[in-house]
Design a protein around this ligand. Sequence first.
Ligand SMILES: Cc1ncc(COP(=O)(O)O)c(C=O)c1O
Length: 454
Amino acid sequence: MTLSQERILATEIPGPRSQALQARKVASVSAGVGTTLPVYVEQAGGGILRDVDGNQLIDFGSGIAVTTVGNAAPRVVESVQRQVADFTHTCFMVTPYEEYVAVCEKLAALTPGSHEKRSALFNSGAEAVENAVKVARHHTGRDAVVVFDHAYHGRTNLTMALTAKNMPYKHRFGPFAGEIYRAPMAYPYRWPGGAEACADEAFDAFVTTVHTRVGEDNCAAVLIEPIQGEGGFIVPPPGWLPRVADWCREQGILFIADEIQTGFARTGDWFACDHEGVVPDLVTTAKGMAGGLPLAAVTGRAEIMDSVHVGGLGGTYGGNPVACAAALAAIETMEVEDLPGRAREIEAIFLPRLRALAERHPDRVGDVRGRGAMLAVELVADGPGRTPDAALAGAVHRACAAQGLVTLTCGTFGNVFRFLPPLAIGNELLAEGLDVFEAAFDQAVASDQRGKVE
Ligand SMILES: Cc1ncc(COP(=O)(O)O)c(C=O)c1O
C-alpha cells in the first residue's frame, strides 16, 4: 500500500480544489444525486481516503459498506489488472467465461446452508433484489411479497416499493409496483411493548399481517435484511429471525435474506444469517463482495433457481468478467485474512467506547447496537423520551468531517450514527477515528445545550 496510514489535515475541509470540483459537479450532475461530504478523492487504501487537496481522511464508511477488504486492495488490483488486459466483456449469456462460474461456486460454498445451490449475477443490489422477487414469484406461482418497516432494498421501481422510507427514496416517484405488504419490524429499542416483549409480539404481528392482509397461500416470499441497514442498523431480538424463517417454510413461503449490506464478513460471520443458523431459500449479495466493483448476486436452493425457464434471468453486463475477477480476489482476501474475525475484533474495540459514550450522554445516546463492523448509536433529544434527534446526528457528522473523519448517518428518522469501517483499517486509525468522533460528539452536545440556554 503506497498510501500512508495517517490522518492529515492539509487544508480546511473541503479544501479549495474539492470546492472547485463541487462547483463543476453542481453545474453538470443532476441535483438528485446528493453528496454526503464534498471531498473529492484521488487515492484510497487501508483506512484512508486522500483528497485532491492533500488531506487524508479516516474512512468509517467504506463507501457504504463496500470496501470491506479495503480500497484498491492489493489482490483485487492485481486480479482486475490481469483480467482487464485479457478481456473486458463478452456477455456471459453469449460466450461464457470461467470467472462467473467461479464466483457462483464461491457463493454456493459460503452462503448459509449446505444444500445444493445455484446463483445468477447482476450489477447492483437493487437488481439482485428484483431478480430474487422474480424467481420467488415464478417458482411459487404466488404474487405477494412481505417486507418490513424500516426496510431498504433499493431505488428501482420494484425496490422502491419494497423500501419503507419516503424521503428521499420514494417521494413523488410513484406509482409503485403492486402486491407488496409491510409488517412491523422487530425493533427492540422502539417496540411499543418494550424490548423484552419485542421478539414474541413482533412475531405475532408478522404472522397476523400475513394471515389477515395477504393470505399465506398468496404469499411468494418474505424479504428481510437480517440486520437492517439504511433503516437504522436495527438488530432484531435473538430468536425472532429463525422463528420467522421457520414459519415461512411451514407455509411454503420463500424466505429471502437481503444480505447486500450485512454479507461478506461485515457482521463478524460470513453472513448475518449465520449468527443464528438461519438458512434462507434465497440470498441477495452485492457491496462488499467485489472490493468496489459493481457485482451482485442471487443465490438460492437449486430447485428454486433452476425452476426459471432458459433466458428468464440475465442482462448485458451481469457478472462482468472484471467485476468477477475483483470478487474472486476480494473473497480470497476475506478467507486468507480471516476478515469475519477482524470484524469481531473491530466490534470489541468499538463497543466499549460507544457504551462509555452512552453512559456519559444518557440523554442523547438512546441505544448502542450492531454486530461486527456494522455498529451504530441512535441519537435522541431526551433520553427516555426517545425523540429522534437527526439534527444532533448531522452536527456530529459535520464536526467529524471538519476533523478528517468520514462518517455516515442512517435511520428512518435520520438520527442513527453508523460505523462501517473497512476491515483493512489498522487499530491505530480506528482508535484515532473514535477519538475524533467522541470529541465531535461532546462538542455538538455542548453547543446544542448552549443553543437551548440562549
Ligand atoms: C440491504 C440493501 N439492499 C439493497 C440495496 C441496494 O443496493 P444498490 O445500491 O447496489 O442497488 C442496499 C444498498 O444500500 C442495501 O443496503
